[in-house]
Write a protein that binds this ligand. Structure first.
Ligand code: PMT
Length: 409
């Protein structure tokens, strides 16, 4: 699974002939979904043009430590904080030596010192320089500080020598970065099933009962979970949204169909998040033909029967019960109703969604939630659904781990 979606990669390019491969490297990083910002050292700019890198990355290229225009928008500290990962490719003997010794005398070396992010380097230099005791010692120092060193490859060198010192190929670098994020992602190896959107309950071939759910909140949760390394199933009612990368989407229409799919997948999941706005009732019978207006009565009575409660059924599983998260969209007495659902549906956590404010909740791009669990609560203030989904998952992971620890003791 190749996905760097949502990841901010700062690519530092230093002065080696392999810098000519960097536009291709940026292209591969972007293709995998990453946001890329490039920092060039002075000598790197002799090997590759900033314009090219700006065009492929879609972002301005930074060069100067004291560039007043760059300082206004993104200083070295901001760049250092922005990055989820700093990649230096090609990494010359010089930058390796500076990093090993904590020297910060230009933008890139300063960022290396200032960043809390993982640093990955792809050394590239003459084979003799690579074998030099100083370089080997500097590399060992960096590895001991948790820097990931990729390569170098062996072979013909631009200077005519043969030996170790060629930069590893861009595709290999991207693969290694992807593996790093996968191995370190909080939800690696965890399967999460999310329900999203409305259900529709047919009345006749042309009419149905439904609600205003757009699916945006549930899709945002699925996307964030996949970016955190989870294996994600997304059971979706009819919505007009694109499936997030690396998400297994199952389309359903009715609550009954959602129930059937959810029960199968929930048993295979560690976490089940029920964000869908499921219709509580469906027509007892779906008319075979279009229901006709009659002249003799002002009323039409359609008998509704209860749909199965999906999230309560999953929370009631005796075996393979996942950690169960529900939502409660309410217009009044939000806390009271949410707490009632937490208990009656036997949930591990509930997300109270006050939908009396029409700017949040159904079909909006932003939302705000209050999470409740037994003896605890947490407010997630107004933000984009994407941002909120990440915060929600962090809270879910914390509660999920705590519930495991409680079961062990
Ligand atoms: O899709 P969006 O436009 O982005 O809007 C997001 C949302 C407002 C739909 C979402 O944030 C939300 O609040 N979802 C829950 C909607 C709701 O009305 O829930 P409820 O109070 O009817 O149900 C409580 C819980 O039981 C929910 O987790 C629901 O998924 C679940 N349920 C309900 C009925 C049923 N038959 N089966 C269920 O599993």
């Amino acid at each position: 699974m190749m996905s760097l979606s949502g990841k901010n990669i700062l690519l530092g390019i230093t002065g080696g002939i392999a810098a000519y491969k960097c536009p291709d490297l940026v292209r591969h990083l972007k293709k995998a979904g990453a946001q890329v910002r490039v920092v060039l050292t002075e000598s790197a700019s002799h090997f590759v043009a900033p314009m090219t890198l700006q065009a492929v990355s879609g972002n301005a290229v930074s060069k100067e430590l004291f560039d007043p225009t760059a300082e206004l928008s993104m200083s070295h500290i901001e760049l250092a904080k922005w990055a989820d990962l700093v990649l230096i490719a090609p990494a010359t003997a010089n930058i390796i030596a500076k990093m090993a010794n904590g020297i910060a005398d230009d933008l890139l070396s300063t960022i290396c010192l200032a960043t809390p992010a993982k640093i990955v380097i792809a050394p590239a230099m003459n084979q003799q320089m690579y074998k030099a005791a100083a370089t080997q010692q500097n590399l060992a120092t960096l590895e001991s500080r948790n820097t990931l060193v990729l390569g170098p490859d062996e072979g013909f060198q631009a200077c005519g020598d043969i030996g170790p010192g060629r930069m590893v190929e861009p595709t290999t670098i991207v693969e290694n970065i992807n593996n790093y994020f996968l191995a370190n992602s909080e939800l690696a190896g965890t399967t999460i099933t999310v329900t999203a959107g409305p259900t529709i309950e047919e009345l006749d071939p042309v009419r149905y009962i439904s609600n205003y759910s757009s699916g945006k909140m549930g899709f945002a949760i699925a996307k964030a979970a996949a970016e955190m390394g989870a294996t994600v199933n997304l059971i979706s009612g009819p919505v007009n949204l694109t499936t997030p990368n690396n998400v297994n989407r199952i389309n359903v229409k009715s609550a009954k169909q959602m129930y059937d799919e959810a029960l199968v997948l929930a048993e295979k999941s560690a976490i089940f998040i029920s964000c869908a706005a499921v219709a509580d009732y469906r027509a007892e019978t779906i008319a075979k033909n279009k229901i006709k207006k009659t002249d003799d009565s002002n009323e039409l009575v359609i008998k509704l029967v209860k749909n199965p409660d999906i999230v309560a059924s999953i929370a009631g599983l005796k075996e393979h019960r996942p950690f169960v998260v529900g939502f409660a969209a309410e217009t009044n007495d939000v806390k009271t109703y949410a707490l009632k659902k937490l208990t009656t549906k036997n949930l591990d956590l509930i997300c109270a969604n006050d939908v009396s404010d029409h700017n949040i909740g159904f079909n909006s791009d932003q939302n705000a939630l209050t999470l409740y669990w037994q003896n605890g609560e947490q407010t997630l203030p107004l933000s984009s659904k994407q941002q909120l989904a990440k915060q929600l998952l962090q809270a879910v992971i914390t509660r999920y781990k705590a519930s495991h620890d409680e079961k062990k003791n």
